[in-house]
Design a protein around this ligand. Structure first.
Ligand code: ADP
Length: 477
């Protein structure tokens, strides 16, 4: 079905744009706060200045009237401030009256500044009481009124608003460009990293690495992480390729033996005898058994590779487990001329995965049978040892069989390695020792081998024992 994509969901906004937008938004908010402060705060300062000069002009003239005890015939205006003298009741004695547009002329009041709108203009008014002495035993006083209009502050405000209206958008545009360029510069290493990663992925060569540069910043860290990821991917692809090619190679032999046998039986000119039938069926059964084992082991290894195997331990009597494996192997190889001797210290308890320990012992002992000599010997021993101050259960499987050459010794742990390719029809898969090594590692233990070609081999697996389980074991003895 051709699914239509939602355009909003697929809209791509680059980090550069997002970062630039965030910078710009912060800058715009700061600009507006600044503009509000300059325009509003500026007009307040202008008003305060007007009021201060009005008050000091009125106070100085009122002082002179109070000193002289005389009302002058006129008081000239100065610096835009006009004066008038009123009685307490508001009767004008000298000067120009200031008539309020709403007709409510303010009575003299020397405590506050008053605001009046007269002739459409705004004025500040300030009054000061002047004492003229006594007449008929009564105190005589008048009020000196000063007033000033403040058209200038309004003009200043609108001029400031105009300049803000031009400056703010210009500043915002410039900030926007600067923010975009800064974001581009900051993010450019990321762009390079993306291109380099794309080049590696599209070139199909994951073994390449990206140059980290000298700057030990976050991009450096990210580059190192990507390099590590690419290396791991490359390793895992390589492993997978190797695994598939080994597996198909290993499966090819039994399948071709089976199909060759079937073909022979089908196309034979003379009908096969009962013995020929029986031989062919035996061969087919052996090969299919081998394939079954191989497939199971491959599945298990693939689970291990994917890290899907959980660590599960329980306290087990390892002595019992190894004894059981020895008995089972003896029974399985009842026809063999090889003698197995077991020397197992009793009641060795350890926190282990019992089924894996059985696998480990089985693989080592069955190999000893498989690669042993006619009339040979296998010695299996289990004891508690203390290498490097850690308590381990040491399993030793020693044989006097064909041994392993020096050059093959390091390779025997590799998947599908078999020194004796000719024995491939015996059911060996070349995976047994890989499993042994993995099982020892799974228990934080180790496995080692000593071998001489033609003389025999000695495999030693050390499995750590937790003190807790050993103490429990000794208590239960
Ligand atoms: P296989 O299924 O072939 O036994 P392993 O992984 O168990 O696979 O062993 C890998 C190879 O190591 C064997 O093919 C054999 O060549 C060699 N090997 C393992 N155990 C012994 C042994 N006890 N004596 C001699 N060679 C051994």
């Amino acid at each position: 079905m051709n699914e239509k994509k939602n355009p909003i969901k697929t809209m791509k906004i680059s980090m550069k744009t997002k970062l630039a937008a965030a910078f710009t938004l912060i800058a715009v908010i700061l600009c507006f706060i600044g503009a509000l402060f300059i325009i509003g705060g500026g007009s307040m300062i202008a008003e305060n200045r007007q009021k201060r000069s009005l008050r000091s002009a009125v106070l100085s003239r009122a002082e002179s009237i109070s000193e002289k005890k005389l009302i002058p015939s006129s008081i000239p205006s100065e610096n835009g401030i006009s004066f008038a003298v009123y009685t307490k009741e508001g009767k004008l004695l000298i000067g120009d009256p200031l008539r309020s547009d709403d007709g409510a002329d303010p009575l003299p009041d020397s405590k506050h500044f008053t605001e009046i709108t007269s002739g459409g203009k705004k004025y500040f008014v300030f009054d000061k009481k002047c004492s003229l002495g006594k007449s008929d035993g009564k105190k005589v006083s008048v009020y000196l009124r000063g007033y000033i209009n403040y058209p200038e502050s309004g003009e200043v405000m609108s001029a400031r608003a105009l300049s803000a209206a031009i400056t703010i958008p210009t500043a915002v545009i410039l900030l926007c460009i600067a923010a975009y360029l800064a974001a581009k510069k900051i993010l450019s290493p990321l762009g390079k990293l993306q291109n380099a990663t794309n080049a590696i992925i599209s070139g199909d060569d994951l073994s390449k690495t990206i140059r980290t540069g000298d700057n030990h910043d976050e991009v450096y860290e990210l580059t190192c992480t990507i390099n590590e990821m690419l290396a791991r991917l490359s390793r895992s692809f390589e492993n997978e390729k190797q695994f598939i090619s080994d597996a198909s190679h290993e499966l090819r032999t039994p399948t071709s033996v089976i199909s060759a046998q079937c073909e022979l039986l089908k196309t034979s000119d003379t009908p096969p005898t009962a013995e020929e039938y029986s031989q062919a069926i035996d061969l087919i059964a052996r090969q299919s058994e081998r394939m079954k084992r191989l497939v199971l082991e491959l599945l298990e290894l693939s689970r291990i590779d994917r890290g899907k195997v959980e660590k599960r331990f329980e306290s087990c009597d390892m002595s019992r487990l190894v004894s059981l494996v020895c008995d089972e192997q003896k029974e399985l190889h009842a026809d063999s001329t090889i003698t197995l001797t077991a020397d197992i210290e009793p009641k060795i308890f350890a926190d282990v995965n019992s089924s894996l320990i059985i696998r480990l012992a089985t693989n080592l002992i069955s190999n000893a049978y498989q690669y042993g000599k006619d009339g040979g010997h296998i010695n299996v021993s289990l004891s508690i040892e203390r290498p490097l101050n850690t308590l381990v259960a040491e399993l030793v499987v020693e044989d006097d069989g064909i041994g392993i050459s020096k050059e093959n010794l390091p390779k025997i742990w590799e998947r599908f390695f078999r020194a004796e390719k000719s024995r491939s029809d015996t059911g060996s898969s070349g995976l047994g020792l890989t499993m042994v090594k993995w099982i020892a590692g799974y228990h934080d233990g180790s496995v080692r081998v000593e071998s001489t070609l033609g003389k025999g081999s000695k495999f030693t697996a050390d499995i750590p024992i937790s003190h807790k389980s050993q103490t429990a074991a000794s208590e239960s003895k």
